[in-house]
Design a protein around this ligand. Structure first.
Ligand SMILES: Nc1ncnc2c1ncn2[C@@H]1O[C@H](COP(=O)(O)OP(=O)(O)OP(=O)(O)O)[C@@H](O)[C@H]1O
Ligand SMILES: [Mg+2]
Length: 270
């Protein structure tokens, strides 16, 4: 088991992970030899400009697409494409609630597929509905919900499976600032209790600083690991007041500089 200084073991290890899409003349190098570890209970943010391979990395971690080179280990076992593990939950970049299912039926989907008895399923769904502040909307269809409410449904639908490892791909990317802060509060509350091991993709530096223990900055495409920053703010954190501290501003400026170079490279290419 890989041990690190604070004693927590590494749950996820990426070794020189590489992805090239396509073949022959149409090759698109998306991810280039990215290596990092995520420890048990750690909250890691992956940040980088659009198209730098963030979703590609998560999709490989979830075993959804094949890797081109290198390896991914979860609990020392290689991730094999097409064999997802129940330990891993994935909140996708796009809002993936099913429009024809009610809030209750969206959140309970995984338990239904696992043939969990109805009474147990409903008790668990009720608990998560409550936790997500969706009380009163159990029988609503997604079209009648706001974007933030739909994202809460997506999040709860993943959490109900009690994943130990949570992959989240810009889950709050489409939300306005206020709703986003509400979601940060909710996620911090849940994570403080359950301490999942999290890889959270974002291109919002404020969001990464609010939530994570460590920020991994990727370069413009093909994504290479550019720099890793520790986020030493005390926990539990308050998503709003943290942003008003001088420590937050100082770290924001430092990382912004590193990230800004990559955003400029992307816009120069585009
Ligand atoms: N299925 C695919 N076939 C070919 N190229 C792809 C495929 N999926 C992604 N790409 C390319 O790989 C690169 C990385 O894409 P990816 O979606 O991982 O980026 P991202 O960092 O998640 O971007 P965003 O922040 O916009 O979501 C992009 O140039 C994209 O066009
Ligand atoms: Mg993406």
């Amino acid at each position: 088991m890989t041990e690190v200084s604070n004693g927590a073991r590494s749950r996820i290890v990426l070794n020189e992970l590489t992805k090239i899409y396509g073949s022959g003349g149409g090759q698109v190098p998306a991810v280039d030899a990215v290596s990092f570890d995520v420890r048990e209970g750690e909250f890691v943010a992956l940040i980088g400009p659009s198209g730098c391979g963030k979703s590609t990395i998560l999709n490989m971690m979830a075993g959804l697409i094949p890797i081109s080179d290198g390896e991914i280990l979860i609990d020392e076992t290689q991730v094999i494409t097409g064999t997802p593990t129940p330990k891993v939950g994935y909140v996708f970049q796009r809002d993936t609630v099913f429009p024809w299912r009610t809030v209750r039926k969206n959140i309970g989907l995984g338990l239904e597929l696992n043939r969990v008895p109805k009474a147990q399923r409903e008790a668990e769904v009720d608990r998560l509905v409550e936790r997500a502040g969706l009380g009163g909307f159990e029988d609503a269809f997604p079209i009648t919900l706001s974007g933030g409410m739909r994202q809460r449904v997506s999040l709860m639908r993943t959490l109900i499976m009690r994943p130990e490892i949570l992959l989240m791909d810009e889950p709050f990317g489409a939300l306005d600032t206020h709703t986003k802060l509400e979601m940060h509060k909710l996620l911090l509350e849940i994570w403080n209790k359950e301490k999942q091991t999290v890889v959270f993709v974002t291109h919002d530096l404020g969001e990464a600083l609010t939530l994570s223990d460590k920020i991994i900055v990727l370069s413009a495409r093909p994504g290479r690991l550019k720099e890793v920053f520790d986020v030493p703010f005390e926990r539990p954190r308050d998503a709003v007041s943290l942003r008003e501290t001088p420590e937050f501003s100082a770290l924001f400026s430092k990382i912004w500089h590193s990230l800004g170079e990559e955003f400029r490279r992307t816009s120069a290419e585009g």
